[in-house]
Design a protein around this ligand. Structure first.
Ligand code: 13P
Ligand code: SF4
Length: 332
């Protein structure tokens, strides 16, 4: 039997009241799913707030690595995802590709002891565990600069995976030499060596989009996520995580025009006569959009019926080392 969205919302709210669950939603979720979230935020906020929450079940509306991170940090919780959708950037690296990146540095005379790996939170638990085992840590888009500043104190080469854009953007901000594996540069001359991963959604924003909006509305502010290309970030007025973007827009003069370069659902929620999507192509994240209200309802119902679906499980070694990598980040 199928229900309308309004009927589903009522049923979901009733189930949430009856069950020991917390529903968590990332900003990129569809509006109707986002509305059902008890906890919302950027990746870092979701990880932290969920750790402090006492419900037995976490129903995570987002992409796979986010649900996994909750399970890593709180193994006693039962973490379920209405859709275990895999972020396409996270999918660009697994433990074999990670080992290849380390080997590339080794082949260039940089030993394992002289590498400090940092993985963006947009990676699977297996990669986080590899990084943890090598003495490294996780970062998110909101704390990458702090994490890298601290890591540099160890006087090692930073191997940054998987997002080349975030890695190069932070290096540029800090005036550090960097490279992307595959580029014709010597890693010995660089402080940050980035893996060649990227977010296909944030690649949709172009310098032409910025030129268009600056010409159309002189004085407009351009705001982008650091997963955008470095030349785009350099040409923007503000670069920040999803939460930082929302805060920036809420705090500026409501008459100020702004064009925003990040996922459509978030920007659309902010949209008014002065806030624009920085693209002529709808920048939707396909995997974030996979989760529907029906999926959320089915998942909650499966908990009520004691036939839990889409639960996250991790092997103990992955759990242990990924937790260490995440804890090193949280300690900072
Ligand atoms: P935030 O950490 O800024 O929420 O970003 C997550 C993400 O996947 C951006 O594409
Ligand atoms: Fe992954 Fe990009 Fe989607 Fe974020 S927007 S979840 S980085 S594919």
């Amino acid at each position: 039997m199928s229900f309308s969205n309004d009927e589903l919302k009522i049923k979901i709210i009733e189930l949430k009241e009856r069950l020991d669950v917390t529903v968590v939603s990332h900003f990129y979720q569809r509006d109707e799913v986002f509305e059902m979230g008890d906890i919302t935020g950027d990746s870092l906020e979701l990880a932290k707030k969920t750790m402090d929450d006492s419900a037995k079940y976490v129903v995570f509306c987002g992409v796979g690595f986010m649900g996994e991170s909750v399970k890593v940090m709180s193994p006693q919780k039962r973490v379920v995802m209405p859709k275990i959708a895999c972020c396409s950037m996270a999918r660009m690296i697994d433990s074999t590709y990670y080992d290849d990146a380390v080997k590339y540095l080794n082949d260039n005379g940089i030993s394992k002891e002289n590498i400090l790996p940092i993985t963006y939170i947009n990676s699977n638990a297996e990669v986080k565990a590899k990084v943890g085992e090598m003495g490294g840590m996780v970062c998110t888009s909101s704390n990458a600069k702090t994490i890298i500043t601290n890591a540099l104190k160890e006087n090692k080469k930073i191997l940054f995976v998987p997002d080349r854009c975030l890695g190069v953007n932070i290096a540029n901000q800090m005036g550090l030499p960097s490279m992307i594996i595959g580029e014709d540069k010597n890693p010995n001359d660089c402080d940050i060596i980035c893996y060649d991963g990227f977010c296909a959604v944030h690649q949709l924003f172009t310098l032409d989009d910025i030129k268009f909006y600056r010409k159309k509305f002189p004085g407009i502010k351009i705001v982008v996520h650091p997963e955008c290309d470095p030349e785009l970030c350099d040409a923007s007025d503000f670069v920040g995580s999803t939460s930082q973007i929302i805060k920036y827009i809420k705090e500026i003069d409501p008459e100020q025009k702004v064009a925003v370069g990040t996922e459509f659902n978030l920007v659309n929620r902010l949209r008014d006569k002065n806030t624009y999507v920085l693209s002529s192509t709808k920048p939707e994240c396909p995997t974030m959009n996979e989760t529907t209200l029906q999926d959320l309802y089915d998942t909650l119902k499966s908990i009520e019926d004691d036939k839990v679906i889409n639960e996250i499980f991790l092997d103990p070694n992955t759990q242990k080392w990924a937790k260490i990598a995440l804890e090193r980040m949280l300690a900072l």
